[in-house]
Design a protein around this ligand. Structure first.
Ligand code: DOR
Ligand code: ZN
Length: 425
C-alpha cells in the first residue's frame, strides 16, 4: 500500500502542469505519475484545487541541539519545518558542542531519524570549535554525513585557512558556505549602519563588513577554480559582485532570506529585538536589489536562517539581545506574498529557489523535482488561502518573529516526506 495524491496540479521549476495528474508514492519514492491511477488500497489525498510542489529544502537552519534545547530541539525544529512545508533542512554547526566531529553529526542524524518528520542534514564546521584556528577533519565529517561546511554565525576571517578549506572542499566535492561579515569592520554594530541607526542611536554595522568578504571569497574561488556558497546576502552591492562573478564563470552561488527582502532597517526603530539579526536588515534600495537578484538568478536560493532564541534571551535591551529570528514557518508565506503575488517571480521560479536550486547546490540528486523515481518529498499548498501569523500558532520552541500579526497568502495543506504524511493542516 502506498500514498496516492489525486488531481494534483504539479509545479516543478520548469513549469506548472496544465492538467491534473495522480502521483503514486511507494517505498519512499514517486513510483508513477499519470492522468489517472487506480485507487487500489492506497491511502488517498485529494489535491483538487491545490498546488503540488517538490518538498521545500532549507539549506540554512539553526536547530540548537545539542546545547540550547531551551531554544529549539531537533524535534521541535523538525515540527516547525514540516509545518512550513520543508521536507529537508540543513542545520548549522554553531551548537554546543560545535558540529566539528563525527560523534555530533551521528547524534543529530540519529535523533532526526527517531523524530522521523523531515530529512536533517548536519553542516560541519570549517574550523574546530568555529575558532578560526585549525581546520576540522572534513573527510571524516563527510563520511559521517556532512554535505556542506560552514562556520556560520561568523566568517572564517583567516584567509589562508579559508583558502585551504576551499581546496579540501574541492577535493572532497562538498560545499563551503561562508557567513560574510568581517567582525573587525562590524565592530559591535547591532543594526545596519545608515540614517536609521544614526537617528535612533544604535551602533551601526556597515555594509562593507559583508562586501569585502564577498569579494575576497569570490577571488579565492576564481583562483582555485573552486565552488563557494555565500550565506544570507543582504546588500545591493553584494548582488552586483555576485552577478559580475557569475558572468565571469566563477563558481559562486548565493542565498537570501525572506526577512532581507521583506523588512528594512526602519523595522529596528521599534526596538523590537526580533528585528536584530545578522546580517542586519538593510535599506529599501538593498531590499529591492535582493528581490531583483532572486528574480534574475543572481541569488540562487531562498533560505530561512531560522535562528530561535528564547523570550528571556530576547527580552533585554537591543544592544544585549542575541542576533536572529525564526523563519521556518513563515518563509513560504512571505515568499508567496512578497514575491509571487506581486509578480516579481512566478511559481515555478519560486519552486526553483526553494527546492530545486538548493537540491542542486548541495547535491541532493533525487530531490527538488516531482518526477518518477525521485524521492517522494512533496508539499501541497493552497496558494490563495490567507492566514495571519500569531505567536500561539508557532510550533517552534522559540517565538522570536518580527512577522507576528502579518497576513500571508498560502497555507501548507500537506507535507509529505519519503511518501509519508508528516504534516496536515
Ligand atoms: O542572526 C543570526 N543568528 N545570524 C547568524 O548568522 C547566526 C544566527 C544564530 O545562530 O543565532
Ligand atoms: Zn545562520
Amino acid at each position: 500500500m502506498g500514498l496516492l495524491i489525486k488531481h494534483a496540479i504539479i509545479v516543478n521549476a520548469d513549469k506548472i502542469w496544465d492538467k491534473p495528474h495522480d502521483i503514486l508514492c511507494i517505498d519512499g519514492k514517486i513510483s508513477q505519475i499519470a492522468s489517472s491511477i487506480a485507487s487500489a488500497n492506497h491511502e488517498i489525498i485529494d489535491a483538487t484545487g491545490k498546488k503540488v510542489l517538490p518538498g521545500l529544502i532549507d539549506i540554512h537552519t539553526h536547530l540548537r541541539q545539542p546545547g540550547r534545547e531551551d531554544k529549539e530541539t531537533i524535534e521541535t525544529g523538525s515540527r516547525a519545518a514540516v509545518k512550513g512545508g520543508f521536507t529537508s533542512i540543513m542545520c548549522m554547526p554553531n551548537t554546543n558542542p560545535v558540529i566539528d566531529n563525527a560523534m555530533v553529526v551521528e547524534f543529530i542524524i540519529r535523533e532526526a531519524n527517531r523524530v522521523g518528520l523531515c530529512n536533517v542534514y548536519p553542516i560541519g564546521a570549517i574550523t574546530k570549535g568555529q575558532q578560526d584556528g585549525e581546520l576540522t577533519d572534513m573527510a571524516e565529517l563527510k563520511a559521517s554525513g556532512c554535505l556542506a561546511f560552514s562556520d556560520d554565525g561568523k566568517s572564517v576571517l583567516n584567509s589562508r585557512l579559508f583558502r585551504l578549506a576551499m581546496e579540501y572542499a574541492k577535493m572532497l566535492d562538498v560545499l563551503i558556505i561562508e557567513h560574510c561579515q568581517d567582525p573587525l569592520l562590524s565592530a559591535g554594530g547591532v543594526m545596519n549602519e545608515g540614517v536609521v541607526s544614526t537617528k535612533i542611536g544604535l551602533k551601526g554595522d556597515p555594509g562593507i563588513a559583508e562586501t569585502v568578504t564577498v569579494a575576497r571569497d569570490i577571488e579565492i574561488a576564481l583562483y582555485l577554480d573552486a565552488r563557494v556558497h555565500l550565506a544570507h546576502m543582504s546588500l545591493k552591492r553584494s548582488c552586483e559582485l555576485i552577478r559580475f562573478a557569475k558572468s565571469q564563470g566563477i563558481k559562486v552561488t548565493a542565498e537570501a532570506c525572506p526577512h532581507h527582502f521583506v523588512l528594512t532597517d526602519e523595522a529596528c526603530s521599534s526596538f523590537d529585538t526580533s528585528t536584530k539579526v545578522n546580517p542586519p536588515l538593510r535599506s529599501r534600495e538593498d531590499v529591492e536589489a535582493i528581490k531583483a537578484a532572486i528574480a534574475d538568478g543572481t541569488i540562487d536560493c531562498i533560505v530561512t536562517d531560522h535562528a530561535p532564541h528564547t523570550k528571556e534571551d530576547k527580552e533585554v535591551g537591543f544592544d544585549g539581545a542575541p542576533f536572529g529570528l525564526i523563519g521556518l514557518e513563515t518563509s513560504l508565506g512571505l515568499t508567496i506574498t512578497e514575491l509571487v503575488k506581486p509578480g516579481i517571480i512566478d511559481l515555478p521560479t519560486m519552486v526553483d529557489r526553494m527546492s530545486s536550486a538548493p537540491a542542486r547546490i548541495v547535491g541532493l540528486v533525487h530531490k527538488g523535482i516531482i518526477k518518477e523515481g525521485h524521492d517522494a518529498d512533496i508539499t501541497i499548498i493552497d496558494l490563495d488561502k490567507e492566514w495571519t501569523v500569531t505567536l500561539e500558532g508557532f510550533v517552534s520552541k522559540s517565538k522570536n518573529s518580527p512577522f507576528i500579526g502579518r497576513k500571508l497568502y498560502s497555507q501548507v495543506e500537506y507535507t509529505i516526506c519519503g511518501g509519508k504524511i508528516v504534516y496536515r493542516a
